[in-house]
Design a protein around this ligand. Structure first.
Ligand SMILES: Cc1cc2nc3c(=O)[nH]c(=O)nc-3n(C[C@H](O)[C@H](O)[C@H](O)COP(=O)(O)O)c2cc1C
Length: 161
């Protein structure tokens, strides 16, 4: 398997973009992730795949709270801000804190508050499953999309009469 070709092929699966936030002791943690999926309705479960090399991984212990922030089309700066390996990702970023003290980014399309249900091995990633305990969404917002390595927006709907 040619690694680059495999990666390019996966880039043809258009996704939304999320920022996964949590905290480790008192340090706020966040990383951009598009390997997110719904998993189960009853019980309500979601999953996200995180690189074993990600410095954020150490925060994802069983029962630990985290938030899936589904990005709005206007949050491209948040996408790139949380895709970096820096200690100051939250500087200049607007957010509120959930009851568990986890950052919920402002102007999200939707947010899903969870606790870690389980951490599974998945090659060079971990598969984190989350038990959902609170959800919110903006009915009128539009998503930020990721396709062929670039951020996109939904095309404007053309009216036909
Ligand atoms: C659009 C996009 C999607 C990404 N999806 C994932 C993902 O699903 N899982 C992951 O581990 N990293 C993903 N990344 C890369 C991480 O955001 C990046 O490695 C980040 O620096 C990790 O930060 P950390 O090491 O501080 O945890 C994605 C990056 C971008 C730009």
């Amino acid at each position: 398997m040619d690694f680059k070709e495999f990666r390019n092929t996966l880039g043809h699966f258009a996704t939304g973009v999320t920022v996964i936030t949590t905290k480790n002791n008192n340090k706020l943690i966040g990383l951009t992730a598009n390997a997110f999926s719904s998993l189960s309705l009853d019980p309500p479960l979601i999953l996200v795949c995180i690189d074993k090399k990600s410095s954020s991984m150490e925060a994802f212990e069983e029962d630990h709270p985290f938030v899936v922030n589904i990005l709005n089309k206007k949050q491209d700066r948040d996408c790139w801000r949380f895709a970096k390996k820096t200690d100051d990702k939250f500087d200049g970023c607007s957010y509120s804190l959930s009851e568990d003290g986890i950052p919920v980014l402002e102007n999200n399309l939707a947010s899903i508050q969870c606790e870690v249900e389980a951490v599974h091995e998945g090659g060079d990633h971990y598969i984190i499953t989350g038990r959902v305990n609170h959800v919110e969404y903006d009915e009128k917002g539009e998503p930020l999309l990721f396709f062929r390595g670039k951020l996109r927006e939904l095309p404007e709907k053309t009216e036909t009469m």
